[in-house]
Design a protein around this ligand. Structure first.
Ligand SMILES: *[C@@H]1O[C@H](CO)[C@@H](O)[C@H](O)[C@H]1NC(C)=O
Ligand SMILES: *[C@@H]1O[C@H](CO)[C@@H](O)[C@H](O)[C@H]1NC(C)=O
Ligand SMILES: *[C@@H]1O[C@H](CO)[C@@H](O)[C@H](O)[C@H]1NC(C)=O
Ligand SMILES: *[C@@H]1O[C@H](CO)[C@@H](O)[C@H](O)[C@H]1NC(C)=O
Ligand SMILES: *[C@@H]1O[C@H](CO)[C@@H](O)[C@H](O)[C@H]1NC(C)=O
Ligand SMILES: *[C@@H]1O[C@H](CO)[C@@H](O)[C@H](O)[C@H]1NC(C)=O
Ligand SMILES: *[C@@H]1O[C@H](CO)[C@@H](O)[C@H](O)[C@H]1NC(C)=O
Ligand SMILES: *[C@@H]1O[C@H](CO)[C@@H](O)[C@H](O)[C@H]1NC(C)=O
Ligand SMILES: *[C@@H]1O[C@H](CO)[C@@H](O)[C@H](O)[C@H]1NC(C)=O
Ligand SMILES: *[C@@H]1O[C@H](CO)[C@@H](O)[C@H](O)[C@H]1NC(C)=O
Length: 820
């Protein structure tokens, strides 16, 4: 039907009709007006559209998404049902329900996605609106927005959209990349605030950091870019209530801009170029070369001030090996006490794995670091404009390696601890280098003249030089030999003799990795011999390499490895013998636990924490213990704790920092939920085991005790319940209640609960744990409830019957009484 054929009197009606049709591309939904496949909402400024789409032109899967209405290359900025598409052939529907939820359902009426607000008060007139900013909101009639897509991002940040850095808020969310260019499903790349500090933004590849922004230093404008055509984009940090957010703003009438975590893991800032009809990349992270997380290894840094960024060692350090795969090592050991000093490094990207100490002045921050012999550096900033609390300080200290450091134009100061003599040398480098260069130049001129004059004498001189240099070479090669610790091989016959042919009489214990025997080597030295079970899957050569690596781990809270032995498929490790046996022998024995007064228990807790920190961070290897428990902590004559069985996970073929494993080693009760359920482990799994052990030491209750603890399904649930109600003191072992300083014990309990939180990223690193144990005034975060165990309890309750029943839970048997 063409316009000219219309009778004139029908024209107004036609105009009216077409207006009604236009309402189809309205900017809002109401309960009475759902959105079907083919319809779309358009924001009132015409910039954004929302509707059903299929990423490829095939109609296989469809999603609800938001895209730019006026950008010729279809670009999605938000997807609702990314992990549950509506599958082929069934056009879906998006509705806003009377109880103020958005629901995406397929043709059979099955819900594929919903906002899940529990908003039940009877309201009419709720609507869902696509705002001009690209934010899709559910709005109550009185104007309150109860849900917004900006709080549930997909992979894109739009101007004005906040990305939370801190996690006090339950809205805590991350950007998660698409799985592929045409697949909106969630992938392994994510980006967001790092919950262990609330100060920095990290991109993760799975659970491994891939890139990291330097921690926030109080500046509200962290970057500002001006394009050649004049518009300005500003990256800001904003406070809303107590929470920090990263966001960006753009000047008016700028083209479309977005920040997107691409499916490749790259975080890009993109600008729409109308001329070329394409997205221009303004900046991207990680930039090529050494910007990736920890690329330059421990104590190395990526120098972005160079024309081509490259790895270097921090002052006072030298490369450990030919390249930076192992980072850098100290030229001169720290002395502790008065022998060390701090060197100021300017323009640095602050390294990761810091401990955030609250409420300290600059001088107090420095003192904090000087006081602890394991502290390697500190950094300080004043959060003057950014903080809503009284505490304006940002004191960071490092206990152990410095990883992922960098140097860039707007970097801040890092104060690095070095032996005093090194500091003197390093800070004098400039004063010395310039005269040296001048000296060399003069010398070169002089010697050129001299060489020309005395060509004939040269050969003799040279041979003389090489001769005189030789003796000075020898001490150097000796040094190298000393470095490769040669671990004694002990022959099998000697081990058989030492242990009385592995007689049961000499057996000290057995565990997941094999049996342990007491033995007497020649000269009557007592040793403990660990006979590994035969399924390690390692050859003799591989085994030897592992053992040599592990032998290099020397720490006063680790059991010392004295030698090893292989014979056919036997593999044996020889350790120092500790007469006092293991912690569990004292802790859970009512006749012996009086030996463990609070001072001793606290010493044991701190020692175990230091030993674990060494395994995780200070050694070159990053060892995850994976089986920390009371029976693996041995006590020496002075009741100092020594962790045993470390490095076993490596010998049994699990030497990645973070991995999934089919073979779950470890002990139920001490295993973190993610390890027990999914087999995924990290240093945070050890933190969990440490938390359990800590609660055991304080309470004297075995995690695997076969009785219900005061009606609670586990020690953890019991401890949580007491702590939450302010009754944590009741958890303390009755044999020490009267003599212990209450504040110390209560701090320990809170720390234990922090370590056993369900979310691995919420658990502290061992460096923080050590710090919090050693500093009474360091504030402790508030732990979240360990829900895993509560849920387990519900599972049990679901199966309840009217009679007493025995249920096996987490490998322990417990009896439940259900009275009716
Ligand atoms: C989808 O169709 C458009 C035009 O209809 C075409 O330009 C584009 O290349 C197609 N995309 C794919 C992935 O086939
Ligand atoms: C849409 O794009 C065209 C050119 O591609 C431009 O002329 C028009 O102003 C744009 N409209 C809006 C609402 O941005
Ligand atoms: C929603 O409320 C309106 C008006 O109160 C009512 O007519 C409609 O049936 C309700 N819809 C549903 C799904 O309950
Ligand atoms: C809504 O209630 C369900 C179950 O009652 C709960 O799991 C969910 O977390 C609640 N959602 C919100 C947003 O509170
Ligand atoms: C709007 O109504 C909701 C619930 O009826 C209420 O929680 C909210 O405070 C109200 N907002 C305003 C601005 O009145
Ligand atoms: C994501 O991680 C899981 C487990 O960590 C792995 O199985 C999967 O292959 C990874 N996917 C990609 C695309 O790398
Ligand atoms: C992300 O991790 C996977 C293995 O988990 C690896 O194959 C992939 O190369 C990593 N991606 C990047 C960009 O490093
Ligand atoms: C704090 O604000 C003042 C003025 O409001 C400004 O001069 C100063 O540079 C700001 N400091 C920081 C660290 O942002
Ligand atoms: C660094 O050196 C080690 C062995 O010396 C080698 O295995 C590794 O591939 C090297 N890495 C790079 C990036 O060259
Ligand atoms: C910071 O410490 C001082 C004492 O050094 C104390 O008076 C003040 O209350 C503390 N402030 C905060 C916010 O904790």
């Amino acid at each position: 039907m063409s316009m000219t054929s219309l009778p004139v009197f029908l024209l107004p009606i036609f105009v009216l009709l077409s207006l009604i049709c236009l309402c189809k591309s309205d900017d809002r939904l109401s309960p009475a007006k759902p959105l079907s496949a083919g319809d779309k909402l358009v924001s009132s400024n015409g910039v954004f559209a929302l509707g059903f789409f299929s990423p490829t032109n095939s109609t296989a899967d469809s999603y609800i998404g938001i895209w730019y209405n006026n950008v010729t290359k279809r670009t999605y900025v938000w997807v609702a049902n990314r992990d549950s598409p509506i599958t082929s052939g069934s056009p879906g529907k998006l509705v806003v329900t009377n109880n103020s939820n958005l629901v995406v359902s397929d043709s059979q009426g099955r819900t594929r996605w919903t906002t899940m607000n529990n908003f039940t008060s009877g309201t009419t007139g709720t609507s869902a609106i696509l705002l001009n900013s690209g934010n899709f909101v559910i709005r109550l009639p009185n104007g309150t927005d109860i849900w917004q897509s900006f709080h549930h991002p997909t992979d894109t940040i739009l101007p004005g959209m906040p990305l939370p850095l801190s996690t006090n808020d339950d809205l805590y969310t991350r950007l998660v990349a698409w799985r592929g260019p045409d697949d909106p499903a969630t992938s392994n790349y994510s980006m967001g605030g790092d919950s262990s500090s609330d100060l920095q933004v990290v991109i993760w590849n799975g659970t491994r950091p891939y890139w990291r922004r330097s921690p926030w230093n109080g500046e509200l404008v962290t970057a500002s870019y001006q394009s050649s055509t004049g518009f300005i984009m500003t990256l800001r940090i904003v406070y809303r209530g107590d929470d920090l957010y990263m966001t960006f703003t753009v000047s008016d009438d700028s083209p479309s801009m977005r920040m997107t975590l691409q499916y490749t893991g790259m975080f890009q800032f993109l600008v729409w170029n109308r001329e070329s009809s394409s997205w221009d990349v303004f900046t991207e992270q990680p930039s090529p070369s050494c910007d990736q997380y920890a690329y330059c290894g421990p104590f190395g840094y990526c120098d972005a001030t160079e024309a081509v960024p490259k790895c270097s060692c921090l002052s006072g350090f030298e490369p450990d090996g030919v390249n930076f795969s192992r980072g850098c090592r100290r030229k001169e050991d720290l002395r502790c006490g008065g022998g060390d000093n701090f060197l100021t490094l300017r323009g640095m990207k602050i390294p990761d794995k810091f401990v955030y100490v609250r409420n300290r002045s600059f001088d107090q921050c420095r003192a904090e670091c000087s006081r602890s012999c394991v502290c390697t550096a500190y950094a300080y900033a004043n959060l003057q404009n950014g903080s809503t609390s009284d505490d304006l300080s940002r004191c960071l200290i490092w206990l152990g390696e410095l990883v992922d450091a960098g140097k860039f134009r707007d970097g801040e100061n890092l104060y690095l601890r070095l032996a005093s003599s090194t500091v003197a040398k390093e800070s004098n480098v400039l004063k010395i280098v310039l005269p040296i260069i001048a000296g060399i130049l003069i010398l070169t001129c002089v010697s050129l003249v001299w060489i020309c004059k005395s060509r004939g004498k040269r050969r003799i001189k040279e041979t003389k030089d090489t001769y005189t240099r030789q003796p000075s070479k020898n001490p150097k090669s000796n040094e190298l030999e000393n470095e490769t610790i040669e671990l004694p091989y002990i022959c099998f016959e000697d081990v058989v003799t030492a242990t009385g042919n592995f007689s049961d009489h000499n057996m000290l214990g057995k565990g997941g990795f094999g049996k342990v025997y007491k033995g007497w080597l020649e000269g009557g030295n007592e040793v403990a011999v660990k006979r590994l079970s035969k399924n390690s899957g390692q050859g003799a050569g591989e085994f030897r390499n592992e053992v040599v690596l592990i032998a290099k781990l020397q720490h006063r809270n680790l059991v010392r490895l004295l030698g090893y032995c292989t014979h056919e498929d036997e593999k044996l490790l020889i350790y120092e013998y500790l007469p006092n046996k293991s912690l569990d022998a004292f802790l859970f024995d009512a006749t012996r636990n009086f030996v463990l007064d609070w001072q001793t228990r606290f010493k044991v807790i701190k020692g175990i924490a230091r030993g674990l920190l060494y395994l995780h961070q200070d050694s070159r290897l990053t060892i995850i213990h994976r089986d920390l428990k009371a029976s693996n902590v041995l006590l020496d004559a002075e009741m100092n704790p020594k962790i045993s069985d470390f490095g076993m996970a490596r010998i049994f073929g699990g030497n990645e920092q973070q991995a999934n494993t089919v073979r779950v080693v470890g002990t139920y009760g001490y295993m973190s939920p993610e390890y027990a359920m999914e087999g995924s482990f990290s240093v945070k799994s050890d933190t969990y085991s440490f938390g359990v052990l800590l609660l055991e030491i304080v309470s004297g209750i075995k995690i695997s005790s076969s009785h219900l603890i005061m009606d609670f399904p586990s020690l953890i649930a019991y401890a949580w319940s007491l702590w939450k109600d302010g009754n944590a003191r009741e958890l303390v072992d009755s044999s020490i209640t009267e003599t212990c300083p209450l504040h110390e014990v209560l701090r320990c309990i809170q720390l234990g609960l922090l370590c056993v939180q369900d979310d691995p990223s919420a658990r502290p690193l061992m460096s923080s744990v050590v710090f919090m144990l050693e500093n009474e005034t360091a504030p402790l975060p508030t732990p979240k409830e360990p829900v895993y165990f509560r849920q387990r309890k519900y599972e049990v309750e679901d199966q309840r019957h009217d009679y007493d029943q025995e249920i096996s839970l987490n490998g322990m048997t417990m009896t439940m009484q259900e009275g009716r």
